[in-house]
Design a protein around this ligand. Structure first.
Ligand code: HPA
Ligand code: ZN
Length: 356
């Protein structure tokens, strides 16, 4: 799928700088890059550990939180997989996802496309149905209670083998009505997309949307592979694309969305100083970039905090805000009627914030 051409940007009403933070919070937006296991807050890790009779190697919530000082992607992943070990029952997955969705609904996230990592759980003896049923029930309930549109993306762990990815797909197929897309995450360097070409070919035949993490820490070559070999419709992260002019042209021409995660990039030392983040450059180059939280419990902020901090650090304006929200709807896998409604809501919010 190529992301459809957006409606022509409306002539934006003038919005003064002081109103920008409130506008960022108020505008409707889609979150397209959130790992549900990465929304597991330290407090919930302790609650679930107690509920499930699991001993933790940390004395307190505070001690756990202070271990969140990352030097790179792998140093984060080691703690992220350890934290996910408290998720055992269907109710645990339900509570996790419902708590994320209820929270971001208050941030005016109207659509969330949520990654889950089944291999992190099946490797510990948790059944695939336990994971998927808990998450899918939370998506349904969140829609009913909070009006948020929520869908699941099954993500393969790239540090594991092709064979294990195929086995995971087999296990998940009886539950296929509950997820709309497949993705690729975990340790990027040394695990290029080409390793999973055949798995993703099979997923395409089955009719799933395709996304892949690429160009977070890895080189532009991994983004090319995600496009050419996996046929990814969106690139998760993709910030390393700026080092390859031909790739930038391709991403722009084909309107391939990038799901950018500013606070993640800062905390994992991709851009240790948010002022150096290239989101504004990506948008100004005409790419379909979006803002997302990745693993908000670990990186210090949910959707709106990501927007606030990256805007404050890079000096983006209300035009960038509109573009980001519009991009997030265009890049989502939601039905066209939903996208049209969210675009309309976006226009209304901008009108409300206008200074005239
Ligand atoms: N990159 C790769 N794998 C991940 C990430 C990420 O940012 N978050 C959770 N799994
Ligand atoms: Zn991610």
């Amino acid at each position: 799928m190529t992301t459809p051409e957006p409606a022509l940007p409306p002539k934006l009403p003038p919005i003064v700088d002081e109103r920008l933070p409130a506008l960022l919070a108020a505008m409707p937006k889609a979150e397209l890059h959130i790992h549900i296991e990465g929304s597991l807050e330290p407090e919930m890790i302790f609650q679930l550990a107690q509920r499930n009779g699991i001993a933790l190697p940390y004395a307190s919530v505070q001690a756990l939180r202070s271990a969140y000082a990352f030097t790179d992607l792998q140093s984060f992943l080691d703690l992220y997989y350890q934290g996910a070990g408290v998720l055992q029952k269907e109710q645990d997955f339900y509570d996790l996802a419902l708590s994320y969705l209820a929270r971001v609904a208050t941030e005016n996230v109207v659509c969330a496309e949520i990654f889950f990592d089944p291999q992190t759980h099946t490797a510990r003896g948790v059944a695939m149905e336990t994971v998927v049923h808990g998450l899918a029930r939370a998506c349904r309930d969140a829609q009913a209670r909070h009006g948020i549109s929520a869908r699941l993306i099954l993500s393969f762990l790239r540090h594991l083998s092709e064979r294990e990815a195929f086995e995971t797909l087999e296990q998940a197929l009886p539950l296929r009505e509950h997820f709309i897309a497949v993705g690729l995450d975990s340790s990027e360097l040394g695990h290029p997309p080409e390793k999973f070409e055949r798995v993703f070919a099979r997923c395409r035949e089955l009719g799933f949307h395709i996304v892949a993490h690429a160009g977070e820490e890895g080189p532009p070559a991994y983004i090319w592979q995600a496009l050419d070999l996996l046929h990814a419709e969106r690139i998760d992260h993709g910030v390393q694309a700026v080092h390859d002019a031909a790739l930038m042209q391709r991403l722009k021409a084909e309107r391939i969305p990038l799901t950018v995660c500013p606070l993640s990039n800062q905390k994992l030392q991709v851009f240790p100083d948010l002022r150096q983040h290239n989101l504004k450059a990506l948008l100004d180059a005409g790419l379909v970039a979006t803002v997302n939280s990745d693993d908000p419990a670990y990186f210090g902020g949910y959707m709106n905090e990501n927007l606030h901090q990256v805007f404050a650090a890079t000096g983006m304006n209300a035009g960038h805000a509109w573009q980001l929200a519009a991009n997030s709807f265009d890049a989502s896998f939601a039905p066209a009627a939903d996208k049209a409604r969210w675009h309309q809501q976006l226009s209304e919010v901008f009108e409300r914030f206008a200074t005239r």
